[in-house]
Write a protein of this length. Structure first.
Length: 210
């Protein structure tokens, strides 16, 4: 079935500038030219509210699976994802695809408009999809924004970072409160369901292009 959202002109995509001005600089970013991310050796996205990980490699059902979180993922060393810039950065923030590996190949987390939790009007579902490697599918682009300064908590993997993931195409924020879905509007720096912890010493780098 052809998805209607594929027929919408990309020119209608809302730019990342609609995010609240209070959102701070990207993790590791020092300027607009230094906000690209190429973390293909794996990290975990841990929901701050319940410390569960985004279900990814080894923990989800494959292509077309809905986004969800799983407990105990850090202890088991599972649910690894890759973050790779799929579009040039904007406003000092990296625009990444959230990727994982499966028997179906590399999959990317996409937003699906109009299919989020029914009690949240305007919300989007999330689903693991075949990656658009030239990043023309804007529903797979998530803008990384720092919600709070990083903390050194003694984790051997690196500092604890506090990151919002915003999809400008549908104007939703990645939220782990009802499964994993897109909450309508800009991200919150105080809503723990919209803050994802990343433990890493990885930094940003210049955009490599396609």
């Amino acid at each position: 079935m052809i998805r209607v959202r594929k027929l919408v002109s990309k020119r209608l995509a809302k730019p990342a500038a609609v995010m609240t001005a209070a959102l701070a600089m990207l993790l590791g970013g020092t300027s607009t030219a230094d906000a690209a991310i190429y973390w293909d050796d794996g990290i975990q996205l841990v929901a701050q509210a319940n410390q569960q990980c985004l279900a990814a490699e080894y923990d989800f059902g494959g292509v077309n699976s809905s986004g969800t979180t799983v407990p105990g993922c850090m202890a088991r060393g599972t649910s690894w994802v890759q973050l790779n810039s799929g579009q040039p950065d904007s406003g000092g923030h990296a625009n990444v695809q959230i990727m994982t590996q499966s028997g179906s190949g590399t999959l990317c987390l996409g937003a699906v408009a109009g299919e989020g939790p029914p009690q949240i009007q305007g919300s989007a579902a999330t689903r693991w999809e075949t990656c658009e490697l030239d990043a023309r599918d804007w529903d797979q682009i998530w803008t990384m924004v720092t919600a709070a300064p990083a903390q050194n908590v003694g984790n051997p993997s690196g500092s604890k970072h506090f990151i919002n993931f915003y999809n400008g195409y549908y104007n939703v924020c990645l939220d782990g409160g009802i499964g994993v879905y897109g909450f309508p509007g800009g991200c919150s720096t105080t809503n723990n369901w919209q803050i994802w912890n990343i433990y890493t010493n990885k930094t940003s780098e210049p955009w490599r292009g396609w």
